[in-house]
Design a protein around this ligand. Structure first.
Ligand SMILES: [Zn+2]
Length: 177
């Protein structure tokens, strides 16, 4: 199939090692899709929260627009994260600030790519676990934490690079201080 050959030519090395994200369609769906879960619109081969005005009109009047769940909403429904961020040793007084920063970063990532979402945040004292729909978002959150609150970040990949585990630890900073 010509289509397959073309895909391999453009990104050969990456595609051999990286397992597909099963939540992304193998072929680009036709037409415009609208996700009732988060309001994202699939248009021109990507999901967006800010489609051009004419597309927004089509969505509003359901003209040639199919209802669908976007990959992020399906991952959230199935609780199938692609990234996990652990926060170890977060100071209780910084809790609120950290929480707001995580949500802010998520919002900024989402404006560019609506498939980047925080799925859940679990807290067990000073040990937090944040699940994300993409490995990229977990990395981004880790980097932002390091920038804003110090500490150190380690990154681990598994499942053929399709799952990222990011650990942010506050202690490293406190040892230096
Ligand atoms: Zn959605």
């Amino acid at each position: 199939m010509a289509r397959v050959a073309k895909r391999y030519n453009t990104n050969y090395k990456k595609r051999v090692n990286v397992e597909r994200d099963m939540y992304l369609p193998r072929w680009a769906p036709k037409g415009i899709l609208y996700c009732g879960g988060c309001g994202a619109v699939y248009y021109r081969r990507r999901w967006t929260l800010t489609p051009p005005p004419e597309v927004r009109d089509w969505v509003e009047f359901r003209e040639g627009v199919s209802a669908a769940r976007c990959p992020a909403c399906r991952k959230i429904r199935d609780r199938y994260p692609s990234g996990e961020l652990r926060l170890l040793g977060a100071a209780p007084k910084e809790k609120r600030e950290i929480f707001l920063m995580l949500r802010n970063e998520e919002e900024r990532a989402r404006q560019k790519n609506p498939l980047e979402r925080i799925m859940r945040i679990e807290e067990d004292g000073a040990d937090w676990r944040v699940e994300t729909t993409t490995e990229k978002l977990a990395q981004r959150l880790g980097r932002s934490l390091e920038k804003a609150f110090g500490g150190s970040v380690t990154y681990k990949w598994s499942h053929n690079n399709k799952f990222a585990r990011v650990i942010w630890q506050k202690e490293a900073m406190e040892k230096i201080a």
